[in-house]
Structure formats: C-alpha cells, structure tokens
Design a protein around this ligand. Structure first.
Ligand SMILES: [Zn+2]
Ligand SMILES: [Zn+2]
Length: 244
C-alpha cells in the first residue's frame, strides 16, 4: 500500500528518515517530511503530473519535518505557480504555522488543515477518503503550549483500503488489538528495552502473542534503529517497511 522513502529512526542515516507516500488519481499523499525526504521526492520525480500534493505530519521532530519548509516552498513556487490550494498540509495544531513562519514559509504558501478528522475532496475522484489523527504520547517536550502534538494517522477509502500509521509513540493504540479494522498497519518500534518515548519491540511481541499469523503479518515495522534485529522480527512474524 504505502511506498516508503525511508524506514529509519532519527539517527539511522542508512535507512533514512521514516516517510511514505501513495497516490490517488493525480494527487500525491506524503506522510512526514524529515531531513532527507525532499531530495528523495525530487529524485523520484513524484510531483510530475500531480494536480495537488497532500502532506500529513505526525509530529514536529526534525526527522519528521526537517525538509517540510523546503518542500512547501518548492511546491508553491516551482510546481504549482503560487497556488496555495495545491499545497495541503494536514496537522491538527497551529504550532506547525509557528515553526514554518520562523523558517520564512508564510501561511499564504500552503493550506493547513488542522482538523483531527475530515473527509478529503479529490478532483475527479468519486469516493472521498477519510482520515483521523489520534493523539498519542511520544515525548513531553513535544507538548508545546500544553497541547498534545504527536499523532497517529488512520486513513481510509471506503471499500478500497484502510491503514493505520503510528506516529512516534510509546503507546500501542488499543484500536490495533482489532487488526481486522485495517488492511495495513504501520508501526514504529525500538529494540531498546528501557525506552520510554518509542514503542518497545518486546512489548509489541507480548501484546501480539495470540494474534493469528496473517494478522500479525499485517503489522509492518518502521522507524528502525541501526541495532534493530530485522531478521528476528521477520522470524517473529512481522513485516518490515520497505521490504514488502
Ligand atoms: Zn522519529
Ligand atoms: Zn519523534
């Protein structure tokens, strides 16, 4: 379903920043835009022929928004001839405006959707996808202005597909105990057993121990640190982002 541009944790330069995209009609959907993401989007020629680009952001850590400013500037100035309606950013807090404003990316260069859930209107597309941002806990420092500023994303197109994409999180969303509700599940994970800001692999293993193999296989692991044991995770029954 999703194509990954990178699958690594913040410091894993080999796998790159975790980010993914998909296309619907002539529109491009991108999830997160960390430091190395803009270059990858350009190198893959992903803006060619697109009528709109939709960028979903899970939280404001650099490995998730590090190239967002450049991406917006490029889309607004180069790709869409200064039509802000073609450059859509989805993040349920106006704190993203502050971050971008300081970077010189004015609010008239993009359209911000701050709703936690909404229906999307895609030109020439009969069905309308829906999304929901679920607030989740990652690091306390992200709670800028006392707001929760980290989210997981649910995205669905009726009768076609649905997926769950965890933000960085130390929580396992209880919705995932019903994996049948989603066609695809993408979850961040860390090998660090004492981790308090990322989701511990050992915990995931424990929570999913009674899950049927076909459901477990639906869980695709991402945001992988250098020391994460991919072969073991595969043997344990999970999928690995970028290797589907
Ligand atoms: Zn991260
Ligand atoms: Zn993070």
């Amino acid at each position: 379903m999703l194509t990954f541009l990178g699958t690594g944790g913040a410091f894993n330069t080999e796998r790159g920043n975790t980010s993914a995209y998909f296309e619907l009609g002539t529109e491009l959907f991108i999830i997160d835009a960390g430091e190395d993401v803009f270059a990858k989007l350009i190198n893959k020629n992903l803006f060619n022929g697109k009528t709109r680009v939709n960028i979903f952001i899970t939280h404001l850590h650099s490995d998730h928004v590090g190239s967002l400013g450049t991406l917006i500037a490029y889309l607004y100035i180069k790709a869409f001839n200064m039509d802000r309606s073609k450059v859509c950013v989805y993040f349920p807090s106006e704190s993203i405006n502050e971050l971008l404003t300081i970077q010189g990316i004015k609010q008239d260069m993009y359209t911000l959707f701050i709703n936690r859930w909404d229906e999307l209107y895609i030109d020439g597309y009969e069905k309308q996808p829906e999304y929901i941002f679920d607030p989740t806990h990652h690091t306390d420092e992200l709670n800028y202005n006392n707001e929760t500023n980290c989210f997981s994303l649910e995205f669905s197109l009726r009768d076609e597909f649905s997926f769950f994409y965890s933000g960085d999180t130390c929580e396992f969303n209880e919705k995932l105990m019903n994996t049948y509700a989603f066609d695809y599940i993408y979850h961040e994970v860390t090998a660090n057993k004492g981790a308090t800001v990322h989701f511990q692999y050992e915990k995931l293993l424990e929570l999913t121990k009674d899950m049927p193999a076909d459901q477990k296989k639906k869980i695709t692991l991402m945001h992988l640190d250098q020391d994460f044991n991919i072969e073991k995770a595969k043997a344990d029954g999970f999928s690995i982002a970028g290797e589907e």
